[in-house]
Design a protein around this ligand. Sequence first.
Ligand code: ATP
Length: 312
Amino acid sequence: MAGGTDRRTRGPAARAAVTVRVPAKVNVRLAVGAARPDGFHDLANVFLAVSLFDEVTATPADALTVTCEGPDAAEVPLDRTNLAARAAEVLAARAGREPAVHLHIAKRIPVAGGMAGGSADGAAALLACDALWGLDTPRAELLDLCAGLGSDVPFSLVGAAALGTGRGELLTPVDAGTFHWVFAVADGGLSTPAVFREFDRLTAGTDVPEPACGPALLAALAAGDPDALAATLANDLQPAALALRPRLADTLAAGTAAGALAGIVSGSGPTTAFLVRDAAAAAEVAAALAASGTCRATHVASGPVPGATVLP
Ligand code: ATP
C-alpha cells in the first residue's frame, strides 16, 4: 500500500489508504468528583481496552467526507461534528494543509453506549491521517491533540489499561491480566452530559468525596483475578444512568442471574458490562442475556488489548 507513485504530491512516506483498528473501553472504576466551576468533573477513571473494535480507513479525497457502516450507522453524524472528522481537521491545521481526506468508519462499538465509540474513531482518524499524510507526528503531540478532542480520546490511542485523572485525560498505565466480558447493548443511547447532569442532581447538597481509586482494584487488575476485580468494580455514574433508564436494572439482574461475577453500567451507559470467569462463561452469559429480552444485542470481548493500531 506504500505510495511510491505519487511522492511529489503526498510526501515520501504517504500511502494510498490507511486503516486503523481501535478498541472500545470499559471503566472498571469510574469515580466522579463534584462539578468544578468550569462544569467538568474531576475523575479517577480506570480504563480497560476490550476486543470490540471500530475500523477507520482514510483515503485521499478532494474534501473532508465521512461515511459509516454498521448496525448503528444511522445514528452516527457524517458532518464535521463527527469526532473522526474533527481529528482530521486538527491534524491538518497543525500540519498547515487541507483536511482533504475521506474517512470510512466500520462501526461495531455501540453508539452513545458509554464505550467511548466516538472517542475511539477520533483517535483512529488521527493516526490514520498521520500515516496517510506521512506526517510522523511525535506521539506526545498526538496525545495532546487527542486530549483537545475529548477526555476519553487519549486512552483510545494508548489502549491496554490505564488510570485517567483530571477530566480522565491524564493517563498513567496500570498492569492488568486478561479479563473476559459480556456487553449488553441497550435500545437507544444515553447522552454523557445528561448523565453527568443527573449525577449533579442526585448528589446536590451532599459531600461528594475526592475521586480516588483504591489499591484493591489495582491489585486485582494486576493479578488478573476476576473474583477480586468483581468485588471492586464500581461506577459512580451508575445511579444516574439507572435513574434515566430504570430498565437497565433488569439487564443487570439478568446478567448476574446468568452467572456473571459482576455487572456494571459501562461509563455513562446505557451499555452494561458483565465480568465473567472465562471465555466459556462469556458465551453462556451472552446467550442468557440475549434470551432474557432485556437488551438489544450482546458482544463477547476480552481485554486489555492495544490502542489504535495501523493495520498492515
Ligand atoms: P463516552 O463513553 O466517551 O462518553 P459514548 O460511547 O457514550 O461516549 P459515543 O458513541 O462516543 O458515546 O457517541 C456520543 C455522541 O457523539 C453520539 O450520539 C454522536 O452524536 C456523536 N459522535 C460524534 N462522532 C461520533 C462517532 N465517530 N461515532 C459515534 N458517535 C459520534
